[in-house]
Design a protein around this ligand. Structure first.
Ligand SMILES: NC(=O)c1ccc[n+]([C@@H]2O[C@H](COP(=O)([O-])OP(=O)(O)OC[C@H]3O[C@@H](n4cnc5c(N)ncnc54)[C@H](O)[C@@H]3O)[C@@H](O)[C@H]2O)c1
Length: 430
């Protein structure tokens, strides 16, 4: 007989966890405080776009393995309670723990003795230590189980993860591990604080790789090297690996920016200056300015220009625009007097956009410049020579993800600007 699983938070992590566990045969109840979200879910639709999620969601509901409720409707929690509520950044950069705290207080009051509180939200190292004693005095075990899934491939990531991290004492560890019995991945078991640190260290390391290659891209520009070739050359080294080595306008999203800032805050709080991490954050902030600077340098003034901003989400295959570089770029361009026309393969919007086009060709037609902000395949694989011929004023294309073919743009009479890529046809022989 499998234990009841209750998931707090029907967001990217909570809903994917709940749906995947229900598909694996666990009786799951997903709770949220947002009634409209729950209504959408009960109708068999995910409130956000995530490939493959809707199908699994509908099947789990019809199999009777998945149900939804408001947290306030729940009187008692037994079995395993997964906490997957948000931990956004506060103005100081620290993690806002108010949602997590409210769930832990709810569990203190409503969870029966013998239940397990399993923390999937990304929380500062030390959080578990702080709360475990209070929960354990009521017979509730505390487990840290940080999540590593990526939006855009979250369902696949759940079933095919690189590793599962569980920080807990022996008995809680055994029960938490059963949730993953059907997943073939190494399980890293450790104490709660180390598990919490693994999550921050992973994200900080990946962010470091991105900022590192972006620094190398600057040097490539200065010495006339091509960062694509440099990335390939270093990425083939098994000690380095090819992932996260594409130069561009930097990382965004709901995790890397907030988690790097939170780790910096944690370091400061503990009297340590994490200089490397600060540099990573600074480099990333600078990268977002590149398209703005390049267009200013090219045109002199942006006043009255029409600029197509392509790919509005922080990465492809998601509808998440939290801390998307495109958002900041749109605001900068708009403030300089440009008309910013956004396009995203899945419709999304945010402040700073003057227009949103339903089609790529509609966004690009008549534009003086186009900026590729996110490498959606629908945009990258489009007929760029044809698109360039519909643009005006020299057709400047800023490739913020080094994903387009420079020759396609130049061959059609446009001006191509990449990040750390050779700046003109004459450079290709260097
Ligand atoms: N999004 C990712 O790709 C990702 C990956 C790994 C880890 N994480 C971490 O997982 C956590 C959740 O992230 P997310 O992106 O899924 O957040 P999200 O904002 O998409 O979802 C959080 C959900 O929690 C709900 N909520 C708030 N208070 C609640 C309560 N008391 N009871 C029930 N539900 C409540 C909110 O209404 C919201 O629907 C964060 O700590 C994040 O850092 C996120």
């Amino acid at each position: 007989m499998r234990e009841q699983v209750t998931v707090f938070g029907a967001g990217y992590v909570g809903l994917v966890s709940g749906v995947c566990l229900a598909s694996d045969g666990w009786p799951v109840r997903v709770l949220d405080v947002d009634a409209a979200k729950l209504e959408t879910l009960r109708a068999g639709r995910s409130p956000f776009f995530e490939p493959g999620l809707d199908e699994l969601l509908r099947k789990a509901i019809s199999d009777g393995m998945l149900e939804f409720a408001l947290t306030s409707e729940v009187e008692s929690v037994t079995g395993i309670a997964i906490i997957a509520v948000g931990t956004p950044a506060t103005t100081t950069g620290s993690a806002d723990m108010s949602y997590v705290r409210s769930v832990l207080e709810f569990l203190e009051e409503h969870a029966t003795a013998g239940s397990v509180a399993m923390m999937k939200s990304t929380v500062p190292p030390g959080t578990g230590e702080r709360y475990a004693a209070r929960l354990e005095s009521r017979g509730i075990s505390y487990v840290s189980n940080p999540e590593f899934l990526r939006e855009g491939s979250a369902v696949t990531d759940w079933f095919k993860t690189d590793r599962i991290v569980i920080g807990a004492t022996a008995e809680a560890l055994r029960r938490a591990s059963t949730l993953y019995a059907n997943i073939d991945a190494p399980v890293v078991t450790c104490d709660v604080t180390s598990a919490e640190m693994i999550k921050y260290a992973s994200n900080a390391f990946l962010a470091t790789k991105i900022s590192f290659i972006n620094e190398i891209a600057v040097l490539c520009d200065l010495v006339g090297a091509n960062v694509d070739e440099v990335s390939r050359g270093i990425g083939l080294d098994g000690r380095i690996g090819p992932a996260f080595l594409r130069a561009g306008i930097g990382y965004g999203g709901s995790c890397f920016p907030k988690d790097t800032r939170a780790l910096d805050f944690i370091a400061t709080l503990n009297g340590y200056s994490f200089d490397l991490l600060r540099a990573v954050i600074e480099v990333n902030a600078r990268q977002r300015l590149l398209p703005f600077r390049a267009l200013k340098a090219h045109f002199g003034s942006l006043e009255g220009l029409r600029i197509a901003l392509l790919g509005l989400t922080f990465k492809p295959d998601t509808d998440d625009v939290r801390e998307s570089p495109a958002g900041e770029i749109a605001s900068l361009l708009h403030a300089e007097g440009a008309t910013v026309v956004g396009f995203n393969p899945i419709p999304v919007s945010f402040d700073g956009l003057d227009e949103v086009s339903e089609t790529l060709s509609g966004a690009v037609a008549g534009a003086d410049a186009a900026i590729l902000a996110t490498e959606w395949q629908e945009i990258v694989r489009a007929d760029w020579p044809a698109l360039v011929t519909t643009m005006s004023n020299g057709a400047v294309v800023f490739d913020g993800r080094n994903a387009l073919q420079a020759e396609d743009i130049r061959g059609a009479g446009g001006t191509y600007i990449g990040v750390g890529r050779p700046s003109g046809p004459s450079d290709s022989t260097r």
